[in-house]
Design a binder for this molecule. Sequence first.
Ligand code: PEP
Ligand code: MG
Length: 782
Amino acid sequence: MYRQMIILKQGGGEIISGASMKDVPNILWLEEIRKEDISSVGGKGASLGEMASIGLPVPPAFVVTAQAFRRFLVETGLDQKIFKVSDNLDVENNAALEKAADTIKALVMKAKMPAAIKDDIKASYKKMSSRDLIVAVRSSATAEDLPDASFAGQQETYLNIKGEAALLSAVQNCWASLYGARAIYYRAKQGFEEHTVNIAVVIQQLVHSEKAGVMFTSHPISGEPTTIIEGSWGLGEAVVSGSVSPDHYVFDQRTEAITEKTIANKKVEIVPDGSHGTKLVAVDAARQDALVLSDAEVAKLAMYGKIAENHYGVPQDVEWGIVAGTIYILQSRPITTIGKKEATGMSGQSKDAKILLKGQGAAPGTATGKVVIIRDAKDTGAVKEGDILVTRMTNPDMVPAMKKVAAIVTDEGGMTCHAAIVSRELGTPAVVGTKTATQQLKNGQLVTVDGEMGLVYEGAIGGGAAPAKAGGAAPVVVGSAPIITATSVKVNVSIPEAAARAAATGADGVGLLRIEHLILGLNKTPGWYISNHKEEEFVRELYDGIKIVLDAFPGKTVWVRTLDAPTDEFRNMAGGENEPLEHNPMLGWRGIRRDLQSPDQFRLQVEAFKRLWKAGYEHLGVMFPMVSHPDQFTKAKEMMRGWGVDVDNVTLGIMIEIPSSAIMIEDFLQAGIKFASFGTNDLIQYTLAIDRNNENVADMYQPQHPAVLTLIHNAIQKCREYGVECSICGQAGSDPKMAVWLVEHGISSISANIDAIAKIREAVARTEKRIILEAARNRDAE
Ligand code: PEP
Ligand code: MG
């Protein structure tokens, strides 16, 4: 039987032997699957099957087995053709790797699916529903202990698939995705045999939840039998990502009673967007303060939680959704972290705990987990959900892994380094600049990270925890009036995934969208796209990423910054071998200087902006980074004009990051900038000659150094004279003390990090009121 198939152990993962394939059918229904069937149905399929088998209401699904895939390869003769391409491939040769991946994917896509497999898929789809059901089609890795990021995460998922033809093509697409360049690379590195690697495909009814959320089946810290449920309107993504403050319910399993019920003010929800993707919309007034779950639903969810916990033997972190009164359990996994991505600091319990390391608290929250030390971005495959990622310094290649971990600790860096910026947006606690984390900590060691205080403790300690949600979303106080400030309080965004959380802060717009993070995440340099004639792909990536942010901020200005990645950040990417080696990339070929000398790279960005403006996104403004002379602004503007932009009617501005631009601000104003924004991260380093990422001089990095403040003060005054918006988007703008100073000196807007918006808004409001009050008192005294 298929459950007794021969398994070959190789390179740490399980690979199905070709000889053992015969008896496994092309299709397995969830009800037939157990966790031992991982080699036929992959990790995802096996865990869904296990949940269904214990009676949890999992949305109906079937799996196209790994064996079906293998039959497809053998019957079409593809296996030989693929091996011909993959054998002797030098995976370190990027161009060859990309070419091989493209060739194999094309072979898989072009091959005719054997009739038997096709018929089985079609019949199973029909069996799900007589109507064409909307399904999700997900790749499911078949090598159990091959880490997620290097395997499952690299294969495709297709949502909103409807109809036989679309389904068959999605399955074939999933198969083809087994041969992505990255996937081939990782397999080669991990010692997996290309000849035997397999893939399964899960086809599951798509649940468009009307309400959804998460549940901790027992108290995550004390282990008490109290089930904690959080829920909100729309798809569960809103709760999981922390875009909304959800309702909170506590159910005591001992007394079977609801002991706590807190209604949150639920301003936004995530709903399906046509047949593709999702969108964030405002919740109508009637539902904002309405209870999401009935008592009966809370009790039923808690009962399912109990079933899962009893079955797996450990407390579970469960995702659920409800459609038309039917509860669905979408995922269940062990609770591995305490207070994962919690926004609050440590409780008093940390007093006696042993501090292992000190650094800078770069992203608030606390988390406990096992250390995984990453010395090279290529090894992030070892990172598992809930781990503590420890590395010298993160780089954009590591972002997929950073999304999974409970906390991040680095040797190097300060408050404005890559790790700090990305962690804050992900809501993942982070401590940077510990100097010795990669030497002192050991793989597998249990530690607790306090991202507020910048401390790493031995073992598991901590305060209260709630179901995982990205930190920073302050609890909404029902009934309180929103704080209105005359100084706009905007938010910084670097990764589109953070757009919903950023919008949920109610910020007055986006004062900085760093688009290099869109590109860095793709793992190919702009130069790669240009030299491989994939310009359209590059433009589309930019367009799609920026659009997500624009959509989240309708009617509010979004300042999109043109590319500003130092050459060293491009180095590990495809095409990175062509980046010049620079002794000091911070002072090197980055920002507008590079774009002006690389017209193709600049033109492609402008093309994305043009399309967005044409599509009606008038609230898009463009900001040029690292500008040191007004001529650069004028030249950039003229190049844009040459490419058909109506430059006099779009919003173009600059960042003030180099002292020369602060000193020459009047010339910039005369050159026609529509706004200026202080990039203090750079302005401080260039004014004080302190490398912003160097932990050895971090204590000399002084945002409020008199020289820096003088530059800022003078530039604000000039902008006010010309009636031009003057803003700040550097990290200093997220410090309430600095915000007070800036308001006192007349800044027009402040753009802060997601986690800092609430406190900045409060600091701004207080300062404005104080200024008004003092003026009134002075008038009265006269
Ligand atoms: C800055 O320099 O302050 C800034 C916001 O830009 P970046 O941190 O991306 O250099
Ligand atoms: Mg900068």
